[in-house]
Design a protein around this ligand. Structure first.
Ligand SMILES: *[C@@H]1O[C@H](CO)[C@@H](O)[C@H](O)[C@H]1NC(C)=O
Ligand SMILES: *[C@@H]1O[C@H](CO)[C@@H](O)[C@H](O)[C@H]1NC(C)=O
Ligand SMILES: *[C@@H]1O[C@H](CO)[C@@H](O)[C@H](O)[C@H]1NC(C)=O
Length: 794
């Protein structure tokens, strides 16, 4: 409560007057304002005590108390109390409302003691002061208007109205001052925030607080109020870019720097300190691939980037400041991964089968091949191939390749293929993959058993033991298992009107041929059988071969003398005119040998003679001729024993005894007969027959050929080809070849006239066909195969 100074003065004056009557109670009381000049008048104490001024000195009038004596003095001459020393009420009494200085007046003669009090009245001699000239306040920018801050009170040692009476604040749109007086009169100043602050706009305020007292003149003191606006975390971090983009090739090494992100926060201090991290929106696996340095915002590659797994990554990143509560800023990082050719093509085979039959037609699908390359672009474009030298091709089909056969396969040539399929991409460098597809070729019974020769000549010496194995044929079949298991049999045919099975047997398993009987060369010289080989496939396949069995002669027949014929038991008789000269052909020994070849080659020699000088025997011809002229003296009957022996080993022989009688006068007849026999071969029966046979043969041949050509021409075109089987020409040539090659046969042919002529009547059996029936003949003729023997006639 402020009192106007004038009123205060009057009040003090009244108090002053009121205290004067205190004298009555023996207490003297004076009031003076503090800070009076030295010597200033306090009161006329002598008068107030009713003392005589003249007596004062005598009665040793004095101030006896120390306190009073210190500040006041009494004038002995006038009895006036005055200021000795300037009195500072605040120093003596502080803030006490009543400040009195007690004093004692002592008088002697008689001793009188008077007590008094000097009341020191306050004057406004002090200005309000603040303890600190600067009041520092820190306020969060977040506080709401209306909040008050108690300000430090100013101090003024004066009391009453002289003490602090009011505060004032320099003008500010943000702050105002509110003062309150407490019950004990103290004024409390509060700073009130009128408007919310924004540190980011203005971070501090300077105000001046003025405290004034109520004295007259009033005094004041000021203090600076420095309001520091404390940052409140009211700003979110903001990234420099909403989206960061980067691109890097796949497979970059771990630790590769990708980019650095940066966010700014307008706040300060911890509120602006940022920590970078991936936000929850970033997939876990992506977080594993990249690292984000929390302090610097550096993004590095942490895992292995695979373009084929993901061609781009989106990282949601956040920056969190260290305020409380913290604010977060978000951004996005898009990382594009570029493809490198790091994947080789993959070959996936969907085999339909791992084996195909060899007769599968070209184009048969073996497998479906899927070729993939996980790379993209050129790196993912794939070419593939199967080497040209394999009978397989790749055909592109919608999204895969078909592996098909390109030719017919032959298991017998290659039974299994390992097909290399190679695929490569167009990247640089190109990557390739190879795969082998294994395919087994299964067997089809497509091969007939095959004999190594079209025909065989086997030689069996006659007189063989029955049951002996004479030959073995083997046919091979390149097929598999039962398709190649061959069994042998004879084709039904006849040898000399007997089924072949009566002559020979064959082991059906291994083709061993056994003779069932003993052969006689003289009966059967050669015959032909057809061996049939058949595999066990379904259906079976077969082939046959021809086996020419040639019986070899053994010297088992002795020569037989045919002429001159001798009556049984006696010698042949020849009559020779005595007049013949040297060289006369007496007779010719004719002998045959059922054997052939050397076994039938006969030699004649004279074993015994009456006169060895008279006759000679042609060693080869068997001719007995005179060796010299017959003399009168020679005995008329001569006996010769001629040995005929063959050339076999051992040789067999026969003898003939010829009795020769010389006769006179029979010259003419003898000459005739000698002419006739001079060159017996010229017109021999044998030669005649030979000519006839050759002519017949030629004619028959011509007729057959003409017939065949004629028939063929008349045939419809659709007649079966079998009629003239290709084997026709084949077999004919074969037989011919065979026999021209045989030395034994050549020999036989070379000696047609020796032992064979005697069998001339049998020539009617000869046919042009080389059939078993004709086998007796030394002359071998050809007939079309398959044509019955009866067709061929002579
Ligand atoms: C595949 O085969 C090709 C040709 O033979 C060869 O050049 C390539 O190196 C092979 N690739 C692999 C992966 O073996
Ligand atoms: C034999 O060939 C037939 C077809 O001709 C075939 O079905 C069979 O599987 C073959 N046998 C073997 C053992 O390969
Ligand atoms: C054929 O089989 C028979 C009987 O098993 C045997 O005696 C013969 O020696 C065999 N022949 C061949 C050529 O294996």
């Amino acid at each position: 409560m402020a009192y106007p100074p004038r009123v205060a003065f009057i009040v003090i004056a009244c108090i002053f007057l009121v205290y004067v009557p205190d004298l009555i109670s023996g207490q003297i009381r004076y009031s003076i304002p503090e800070e009076m000049e030295q010597g200033a008048f306090v009161g006329n104490i002598a008068q107030d005590l009713g003392l005589n001024v003249q007596q004062l000195t005598a009665r040793k009038f004095r101030l006896s108390s120390d306190d009073g004596g210190r500040y006041m003095k009494v004038g002995l001459d006038n009895g006036l109390l005055s200021i000795r020393e300037r009195i500072d009420r605040e120093r003596i009494c502080g803030q006490e409302g009543m400040c009195t200085i007690p004093f004692e007046i002592t008088l002697e003669n008689p001793l009188e003691v008077h007590r008094g009090k000097l009341e020191v009245l306050d004057i406004n001699d002090n200005s309000p002061t603040f303890r600190d000239s600067t009041i520092a306040l820190q306020m969060s920018e977040a506080i709401t208007p209306g909040v008050r801050y108690r300000l430090e009170s100013a101090e003024d040692p004066d009391i009453g109205i002289n003490t602090v009476a009011a505060y004032a604040l320099s003008s500010s749109e943000y702050f105002s001052l509110i003062t309150q007086r407490t019950e004990d009169g103290l004024i409390i100043a509060q700073l009130r925030l009128d408007k919310s602050m924004d540190r980011e706009l203005q971070s501090s305020f300077q105000l001046v607080l003025t405290a004034t007292d109520g004295g007259n003149p009033e005094r004041s003191g000021t203090a600076q109020i420095l309001v520091t606006v404390l940052d409140f975390n009211d700003n979110s971090p903001v990234f420099e870019h909403e989206v960061y983009r980067s691109s890097l090739p796949e497979n970059v090494p771990k630790g590769t720097f990708v980019m650095k992100v940066k966010a700014n926060d307008l706040d300060e201090g911890p509120n602006a300190e940022l920590t970078y991290s991936f936000s929850d929106l970033t997939l876990r696996r992506v977080q594993d691939l990249f690292s984000l340095v929390p302090d610097t915002g550096e993004i590095r590659v942490e895992g292995s980037l695979d373009f084929e797994e993901a061609s781009s990554y989106s990282l949601d990143i956040q920056a969190v400041d260290h305020g409380s509560p913290a604010f977060t800023g978000h951004s996005k990082v898009l990382i594009k991964v570029t493809d490198m050719n790091d994947n080789a093509p993959e070959i996936k085979v969907k085999s339909t089968t791992n084996k195909i039959p060899e007769n599968a037609p070209p184009g048969t699908i073996i497998a479906l091949i899927n070729i993939m390359d996980r790379d993209s672009g050129e790196n993912g474009q794939v070419r593939c191939e199967v080497p040209q030298n394999y009978p397989f091709r790749l055909h592109p089909s919608s999204n895969h390749f078909k592996l098909v056969t390109s030719e017919t396969l032959d298991r017998e040539a290659i039974s299994e293929y390992k097909i290399p399929v190679s695929a490569w991409d167009l990247g640089y460098p190109s990557l390739s993959t190879n795969k082998t597809i294994q395919i087994a070729i299964t067997d089809i019974n497509d091969n007939a058993p095959r004999f190594p020769e079209r025909s065989y000549n086997i030689y069996v010496t006659e007189n063989n033991a029955p049951g002996v194995s004479i030959f073995a044929v083997t046919a091979s079949d390149p097929d598999l298992d039962q398709n190649s298991s061959v069994s042998y049999s004879f084709q039904n045919s006849y040898i000399q009107n007997m089924p072949v099975s009566t002559y020979l047997s064959i082991n059906s398993m291994n083709g061993t041929i056994y003779a069932l009987r003993s052969f006689d060369y003289e009966e059967l010289k050669t015959f032909q059988i057809h061996v049939h080989a058949r595999d066990a496939g379904v259906p079976p396949m077969s082939s046959s071969t021809t086996v020419n069995v040639i019986i070899l002669d053994q010297n088992d027949n002795a020569p037989v003398i045919v002429s001159p014929s001798a009556q049984s038991g006696s010698a042949a008789v020849e009559i020779v005119p005595q007049s013949v000269g040297q060289g006369y052909l007496v007779t010719k020994i004719m002998a045959t040998d059922a054997d052939s070849g050397q076994n039938a080659r006969l030699f004649y020699q004279m074993m015994k003679a009456t006169d060895r000088s008279l006759f000679t025997v042609g060693q080869h011809s068997g001719e007995i001729r005179t060796a010299r002229n017959i003399l009168e003296s020679d005995p008329t009957t001569q006996t010769l024993v001629i040995l005929v022996k063959d050339n076999g080993q051992p040789s067999l022989s026969s003898t003939v005894t010829v009795d020769i009688t010389f006769l006179q006068n029979s010259t003419e007849r003898v000459a005739e007969s000698s002419n006739l026999v001079k060159n017996p071969e010229y017109f021999s029966d044998v030669n005649l027959y030979l000519i006839i046979i050759f002519s017949c043969t030629s004619i028959v041949f011509l007729v057959i050929i003409v017939l065949l050509i004629g028939i063929k021409c008349k045939q419809d075109r659709n007649i079966t080809q079998d009629y003239i089987s290709p084997s026709y020409c084949y077999k004919r040539g074969d037989v011919q070849d065979t026999f021209i090659r045989r030395p034994a046969m050549e020999e036989t042919l070379r000696y047609p006239g020796t032992g064979r002529v005697v069998r001339a009547p049998e020539l009617q059996q000869y046919s042009v066909c080389l059939s078993p029936e004709s086998a007796k003949s030394d002359f071998l003729f050809l007939k079309p195969c398959g044509a019955p023997a009866s067709q061929a006639q002579c």
